[in-house]
Design a protein around this ligand. Sequence first.
Ligand code: FAD
Ligand code: UDP
Length: 363
Amino acid sequence: MKVDCLVVGAGFAGAVCAERLAASGRSVLVIDRRNHIGGNAHDRPDAHGILVHPYGPHIFHTNAERIFAYLSRFTDWRFYEHRVLASVDGRLLPIPINRTTINGLYGWALDEAGIRAHLDAVRVPIDPIRTSEDAVLASVGTDLCDRFFRGYTRKQWGLDLADLSASVAARIPTRTGDDDRYFTDRFQFMPAAGYTRLFEAMLASPRITVRLATDFFQVRDAIAWDHLIFTGPLDGFYGHRYGRLPYRSLRFEHEHLAGIETFQPVGQVNYPNDHAFTRITEFKHLTGQQAAGTSIMREYPCADGEPFYPVPRPENEALAQRYRKLAAAETRVSFVGRLAEYRYYNMDQVVGAALKTVADLGA
Ligand code: FAD
Ligand code: UDP
């Protein structure tokens, strides 16, 4: 078989590249080793008809109008602002930490200036900020760090806050006011009919062929291509020749609760200190679906299993850099996405990276 472009992976990175390359007139074959499109953003109805995200809760948010406009060609949207509560000392308190969190935790009634003064008093002056521990201590001090961040991080990564780059915990801001949204981006929406429908629309061109349950390493010699877009793990492409890049995995435990309208007050509740799981997602909040029962999912982080997260820390970054050097020397292969670039990208960042990759190829 001969195509202009072979795209390995039908997640956001692969689907955006395929869509753009096909629009520029190329024939494209998309393969994925899973039996569905959408990568980790895939969604589907469970056995009870509730639309769930089998690979973890996916909430679309971006500040980039260009990326929002691009995706809007393939889907209508449902306005949704994500809110997350953390279960701490038997209370459900907003995370990111805000005025409500601090007043609720300590039984205070401080105004915004009072919260600012409190945080100024407890912040640990650290300069430069290198680790996630530095980042959290420098913004909320020891007590809030221990109650909201230390345990969650240990579960999520199997590492202490001090062993992760600052960028990980820096994803979570600290607020002195009452804004309890998880994200403050300009565009926060869910695809109205779900992510899988969005991917179907992206891959609908007659110039695109999709082959599922197909592993690149099994079929690479049977397909001829002018250009390859690879969105799988970067180290795997090179046979792990410099050693393995660590990727963190997750085990998902689904539960359907018949006859219960809602299980929890918001889409996501985090459990920083109790249980082996990090968080519970209740999908109906995310999708707005009306149904008699509800479906929830617990996430158990683990070292082995499918790769989901790069693990941002200096030694991993150094190893990734060595692989990126090999990748940069390729003339007929592009590497794009969370696994192939070894970057802790959100969906919009993957879309942005993919659009740039294909623009460089003239698409
Ligand atoms: P993937 O979606 O991982 O797609 C790569 C595809 O390549 C996979 O389908 C894989 O099967 C395939 N593949 C790999 N190797 C091979 C091979 N050898 N042969 C064939 N196919 C192969 N982002 C947000 O913006 N908001 C969120 O709320 C959010 N929540 C998340 C929650 C969780 C639990 C996780 C893990 C991620 C979350 N993300 C979120 C990030 C988001 O999932 C990613 O940014 C995005 O989906 C990555 O797209 P991708 O195409 O790079 O990778
Ligand atoms: N985090 C935490 N407590 C929380 C939420 C997040 O300690 O209640 C830390 C933890 O290290 C986590 C990181 O912040 O891995 C990033 O959180 P985010 O919600 O962005 O993670 P993701 O949704 O990507 O898994």
